[in-house]
Design a protein around this ligand. Sequence first.
Ligand code: ZN
Length: 248
Amino acid sequence: MDKRKLKRAAELIDRAGHILVFAGSGLSAESGIPTFRGEDGMYSNPDVLRYAHADALREEPEAALAWFQKMRDMIDDYEPNPGHYALARICAERDCTIATQNVDRLLESAFLREGLTKEGIWHLHGSLFRSRCDVCDEPLEEPPTDYTAAECDECGGIIRPDVTLFGEMLPEAPYLRAQGAAHVADVVLLLGTSGIVYPAATIPGLARSHGAKLIEINPNPTELSEIADVVIRGKTGEVLPEIDRLLA
Ligand SMILES: [Zn+2]
């Protein structure tokens, strides 16, 4: 790892009035959660293409809900990695907006286990660990233990995970939060995101045009590398703890 770049990143973070954290699948991939793209990506899995589509919920709800249940149980077995914990420590004492493309709850777990609080981590594509009624949109405080047996108290509709499926619009609130933060952020941390999937493709550029410095942490070059001010080639689970140490 390039020591000068780490130091530069730590200085920018230390000076920043507001930080926008933009997290992608790379952050959770280090915990073992499969990513969507790439050779072994979930997009090459026919079940994902079939059930992660809004049509499946309409056409074969029982099978789709059973699949969501399986996915949630599978993802629930993973643990936060050092990147999640370091990010929690970096953000706990600072004015941070965290926008993630991940549908897991590893960041929430990391904050909790570090004994830190964070008022909301914004899930741009929703979360598998929240749920709502598919008919009236009523959110549930606690996701059901079994999706296939749950129904809405208000209208009797089926209960689904609050994630954005293929063929659905992204939820507006997290996007607006990220967009708002992009206007005021001094630093944007780009963590394990390819910059291809909307809105990762637009928010960092917006922040930059409003004067933010972009820090990219990613083992691979991405669509965002060219516009980043500091590019650190490495895993978030290794780089973020180094930056956290420099800030301590
Ligand atoms: Zn309902």
